[in-house]
Write a protein that binds this ligand. Structure first.
Ligand SMILES: CCCCCCCCCCCCCCCCCCCCCC(=O)SCCNC(=O)CCNC(=O)[C@H](O)C(C)(C)COP(=O)(O)OP(=O)(O)OC[C@H]1O[C@@H](n2cnc3c(N)ncnc32)[C@H](O)[C@@H]1OP(=O)(O)O
Ligand SMILES: Cc1cc2nc3c(=O)[nH]c(=O)nc-3n(C[C@H](O)[C@H](O)[C@H](O)COP(=O)(O)OP(=O)(O)OC[C@H]3O[C@@H](n4cnc5c(N)ncnc54)[C@H](O)[C@@H]3O)c2cc1C
Length: 664
């Protein structure tokens, strides 16, 4: 066993709580842990799912491998192992997925869309085909010229009464669909969001099923220009594509018509609120943070903390032995709060998923009264979590020094996976502004008309009592700050408008404060949800203590990072801020001996991280060396480029050196 492995072993001996029990809490119960492990094992043991490490493959190889494995998983593995949508096994399916996959948009975005936009007959037609991969369909909304402002989308679907068809057109280059995943190479259909035009009248964005490739040859159909948009930051294995459509004709029945319909005579019938058109985005904003951001940060923490526990660098005591970098207070200050973020966002996110499920049940009965609340909550939550996790992964990566730059650490891949979450499914600023709109409205309402999650906005500010770092008091500071920030931002909008600015100008001039207030709102939501979870969770005293410490750390770290705000608003005094700072440092010291245990509790397999720095055994240096040997550049002892370009000068060098030697 290497020295490094021994070091991690010692760390594990010092852990003061049951790692297995924390794993159960993380998974949602003992039974869930068992199911997750079963699913992970089925995937892990399957030789068909083995691939070379991603850092040794080209983009084309990564796309090919990811597609090969995904097809195998969806066509063979899931049925064979009884992993069906709706089953507990399926819930843990993300944990077992290979490190890269394609068909994410087909499975994760298109299928939920067809279910929310399609009539019963349309679902019956398209769902089995797509679930069986008999068709591959992308979700084609964003265009080259527009992504955020959906009313600006230019693709048109014009009804032709004669032929009972819609004619799909991208009038300009800027109107072509650009970005959708799975669209470049794999998809033979696209769910195209286009402006409906009937009898010259525009009805806004609607969803259409458009076949884009031939079913036998997979060649693009007439009028369709489609391809991959090229290499980008993140999503390297995925064929994000472009789609330029010129007079592509589709049958009238291909307008997904659960919410609206065009009759054969051209009559437009609206069956439900226009806002439900945005429902697919709410669904993804609720569901993507866990697998695409929170788990990514959890992996980055696992890598950085294990590595920091074995990496020796410098001395803490003059004359003593070199210490693990995790023993430096500053390293703890970088990494341990990231663990707190993982826990806070995960448990807050579960609350939002439950809220969304309740909303969907009500919607099925025709009640969409909670739509505004769930939209506001999911938009700001997605924005905040993606930001926190992206920043957190980058902190973890830099905390690994030079090796954090190596693809072999696994960290650059995690960073490039998490950072697009700030942009896709709604650019974060745009989403914060959506929530701000809701908050400003709520701030004007009577308490009786508001949902519980937002009541604090209109209730009197309460003063904290007792220990200023108790979870109750921290929750109160966050609530008071959010309420005051929303009030201040609303006041600014009103002031600007009273000065004579049009409402949209007043809004733009106040947008810095509006986004700030929304961030304050969503952080209070996350903290409150995590604190409530910690209070209610049934577990041993030692595990509870870990969770309480993480929750307190989440609050304190946030407050200490923006203490100016709390001071400015009169929520905390300078004295309070000093106490908060010291309390955070004390918590770091307290959590330090358990840091490796806490990341072990995430229970990630080595193969799910592909990291030389983060493997369970801590054998970092040998793994780095082995991985370097696999680099395609090391295939031959001498690379062609050296022969081709450098050799003449090297030969000159040889002659000079040997000539000099013979003169000696
Ligand atoms: C292989 C594994 C498979 C596994 C399978 C297993 C399965 C499952 C598990 C699943 C895991 C998934 C993982 C997948 C990962 C995904 C990967 C990447 C996906 C990336 C996809 C994308 O990237 S896809 C494009 C997204 N592109 C946007 O996201 C545009 C943003 N842009 C807007 O969203 C609008 O443009 C914007 C700004 C609102 C203004 O829209 P606008 O101008 O029309 O609206 P206004 O602002 O005027 O608002 C007018 C009124 O509408 C209200 N309202 C607005 N939105 C509303 C809404 N959503 N719901 C309700 N109400 C809404 C608003 O609150 C106002 O209400 P009020 O009037 O009462 O105040
Ligand atoms: C990896 C990846 C995968 C994707 N997959 C898909 C997919 O499968 N399907 C699909 O349809 N799309 C997809 N997209 C596209 C994505 O949804 C859009 O890029 C996203 O919605 C942002 O829109 P945009 O690019 O137009 O940004 P823009 O809106 O042009 O943003 C540029 C800047 O303008 C600012 N801005 C914009 N509007 C406002 C405003 N009102 N007020 C203040 N500031 C503003 C933004 O904050 C940002 O700083 C994907 C994108 C990426 C990166």
């Amino acid at each position: 066993m290497s020295i490094e492995s021994n070091l991690l072993k010692k760390e594990r001996q010092n852990v003061t709580f049951s790692v297995e029990e924390l794993t159960n809490v993380w998974d949602g119960g003992k039974e869930d842990t068992e199911i997750r492990r079963k699913v992970v094992k089925v995937f892990g043991d399957d030789p068909v799912l083995k691939s070379p490490p991603i850092c040794t493959m080209t983009r084309e190889e990564r796309y090919t491998e990811a597609t090969r494995k995904c097809v195998y998983i969806f066509r063979n593995m899931l049925q064979k192992n009884g992993i069906y949508p709706g089953s507990k096994e399926f819930e843990h399916f993300w944990n077992a997925m290979p490190i890269e996959y394609t068909l994410l948009i087909h499975m994760g975005a298109f299928i939920p869309c067809i279910m929310s936009f399609g009539s019963e007959e349309q679902v019956a037609k398209w769902l089995p085909l797509s679930a069986n991969l008999n068709i591959i369909c992308t979700y084609a909304q964003t265009e080259l010229g527009h992504g955020s402002f959906l009313r600006g989308l230019e693709t048109e679907a014009t009804f032709d009464r004669e032929t009972q068809e819609f004619v799909i057109n991208c009038p300009k280059v800027s109107s072509m669909k650009w970005w959708p995943g799975d669209m470049g190479l794999n998809a033979n259909h696209a769910l195209v969001m286009a402006n409906l035009i009937v009898g010259g009248k525009k009805y806004g964005m609607h969803p259409f099923m458009v076949q884009i490739r031939d079913l036998s040859t997979h060649m693009p159909l007439p009028g369709v220009t489609v391809g991959d948009i090229g290499s980008k930051m993140g999503f390297e294995a995925i064929d994000n594509g472009f789609l330029y459509m010129k007079n592509v004709r589709i049958p009238r029945e291909n307008l997904l018509n659960k919410n609206s319909e065009v009759k054969p005579d051209g009559t437009y019938v609206k069956k439900a609120s226009d806002r439900l058109m945005y429902g697919s985005m709410v669904n993804l904003r609720v569901n993507l943070p866990k697998s695409q951001a929170i788990d990514v940060l959890a992996k980055a923490c696992t890598i950085a903390i294990r590595y920091s526990a074995v990496r020796r660098q410098g001395l803490l005591n003059p004359g003593g032995a070199e210490v693990a970098v995790l023993d430096y207070t500053l390293q703890q200050h970088k990494l341990i709060p990231q663990l707190a973020t993982v826990y806070a966002t995960k448990f807050a996110g579960e609350g939002i998923i439950k809220k969304h499920q309740a909303f969907l049940q009500n919607m099925a009965k025709g009640n969409i009264s909670d739509l505004a609340e769930i939209h506001a909550l999911s938009a700001s939550f997605k924005a905040s979590v993606s930001e926190q996790c992206t920043e957190g992964v980058e902190v973890c990566r830099r905390a690994c020094g030079g090796h954090g730059y190596s693809q072999a650490s696994g960290l650059p891949h995690l960073l490039s996976k998490v950072t697009p979450t700030c942009t896709y499914e709604g650019e974060n600023t745009v989403l914060y502004l959506q929530t701000a709109r809701y908050l400003v409205k709520c701030a004007k309402e009577k308490a009786a008309d508001l949902p519980e999650s937002i009541l604090f906005l209109v209730q009197p500010i309460q003063n904290a009592r007792g220990n200023i770092t108790s979870l109750d008091n921290l929750a109160l500071y966050f609530k008071n700050r959010a309420a005051l920030c929303v009030q201040a931002a609303s006041k600014k909008v009103n002031q600007m408008s009273n000065k004579g600015l049009a409402m949209h100008e007043a809004w733009d001039k106040s947008s810095v404060q509006l986004v700030h207030a929304t961030k304050a709102y969503v952080i209070q939501y996350i903290f409150d949800a995590f604190a409530s979870f910690v209070k209610e969770v049934k577990c041993s005293k030692s595990v509870k203590e870990i969770l309480e410490d993480l929750c307190c750390l989440y609050g304190l770290h946030y407050i200490n990072n923006c203490s100016g705000d709390f001071l400015k608003l009169g929520i905390l005094t300078a004295h309070h801020c000093n106490i908060a700072e010291e309390a955070e440092i004390a918590l770091l010291e307290k959590l330090r001996p358990n840091a490796v245990g806490i990341v072990d509790a995430f229970d990630f397999t080595d193969s799910s991280m592909e990291s030389c720095l983060g493997a369970y055994d801590g054998n970092v240096y040998e793994r780095l060396f082995d991985m370097a040997k696999l680099s395609p550049l090391n295939k031959e002892p001498v690379h062609q480029a050296s022969y081709k370009y450098l050799r003449p000068y090297l030969l000159e060098g040889r002659d000079i050196l040997e000539g000099a030697k013979s003169k000696l």
